[in-house]
Design a protein around this ligand. Structure first.
Ligand code: ADP
Ligand code: MG
Length: 278
């Protein structure tokens, strides 16, 4: 085996983690291939605590893959990702040092909430049950398992936060797409994650339902939740983002404040993309 001794793992892990503590999320030179196709070609991105990063870019540019590596749905081939100083996936000098144990991966996942394009609610559970399932079944590491009554109370609070307390007993099929997505957001909040990832949260919605979901996300952004959002809603991006990241073909072409990226983009690829979508 090429793996170094156990102590060496820890030393390297500590060094890498120390280098990675600037942001709440620190993504460093991450690479990812599917077969012969490299879809992330060395991505580096920092999101400060309470920061809101909005990722925009054409279809196929690697936005979803990047979010999925943060949440352990994909492994990185090179580079590393740290959440709050804890390494998610990493590699040092071209060699993967070790795989995180399954238990550690599950623990880290409870600290990261993710909201998908297609809501992904459990169809056989009510809105409230969808929200309470996670904290009852798998409490976040270091937090006590909630009793059924406590989980119910917390679930109702979260549904209230997304404006759906009165629909607590409804099943997903009885809710509009916008309402389902708001339940999905409440569910993602239930574990009190350190960060929330949104992958095109309004792309599957009828246009008249988009704003009710964006308003909920806007409220989260204003309340200091750390967010990484992939979206095609450019007006919303301009409103909520601290940092706008433009990705194309597996690379971050440029990133900056909304003002810089939307008003004064430096790269031809960015200008060309915005001329098509705005
Ligand atoms: P985006 O979200 O920006 O549209 P994705 O991250 O979904 O882009 O995809 C980036 C590229 O990676 C695309 O070419 C896509 O076909 C490819 N890809 C994504 N997931 C997989 C996978 N599991 N296996 C093979 N190719 C994939
Ligand atoms: Mg995508």
């Amino acid at each position: 085996s090429v793996l170094p001794a156990a102590g060496a793992h820890e030393a390297l892990e500590t060094t890498a983690a120390r280098e990675a503590t600037r942001g709440l999320v620190e993504i460093t030179k991450v690479r990812k291939s599917f077969g012969a196709t490299e879809v992330l070609e060395g991505i580096s991105l920092t999101v400060e605590p309470g920061g809101v990063a909005v990722i925009v870019g054409p279809s196929g540019s690697g936005k979803s893959t990047l979010l999925r590596t943060i949440n352990h749905l994909e492994k990185v081939d090179a580079g590393f990702i740290a959440i709050d100083g804890t390494l998610v996936g990493y590699e040092v000098r071209g060699r993967r040092l070790h795989e995180l144990r399954e238990k550690e991966i599950l623990r880290q996942r409870t600290e990261i909430g993710m909201v998908f394009q297609n809501f992904n609610l459990f169809p056989h559970l009510t809105a409230l049950e969808n929200v309470t399932e996670a904290p009852v079944v798998a409490p976040r590491a270091g937090k006590p398992r909630l009793s059924k009554a406590e989980a119910r109370e917390r679930g109702l609070e979260l549904l209230d936060r997304v404006g759906l307390k009165d629909r607590a007993g409804a099943y997903p099929r009885q809710l509009s797409g916008g309402q389902q997505q708001r339940v999905a957001i409440a569910r993602a909040l239930a574990l009190d994650p350190k960060i929330l990832l949104f992958d095109e949260p309004t792309s599957a919605l009828d246009p008249e339902l988009v704003n009710e979901v964006l308003d909920v996300i806007r409220e989260l952004a204003n309340s200091g939740t750390t967010l990484i959002i992939v979206t095609h809603e450019m007006g919303f991006a301009r409103d909520v983002a601290d940092t706008v990241v433009f990705m194309d073909q597996g690379q971050i072409v440029e990133q900056g404040t909304p003002e810089q990226i939307f008003t004064n983009p430096q790269e031809d690829r960015t200008r060309s993309f915005f001329s098509k979508v705005i």
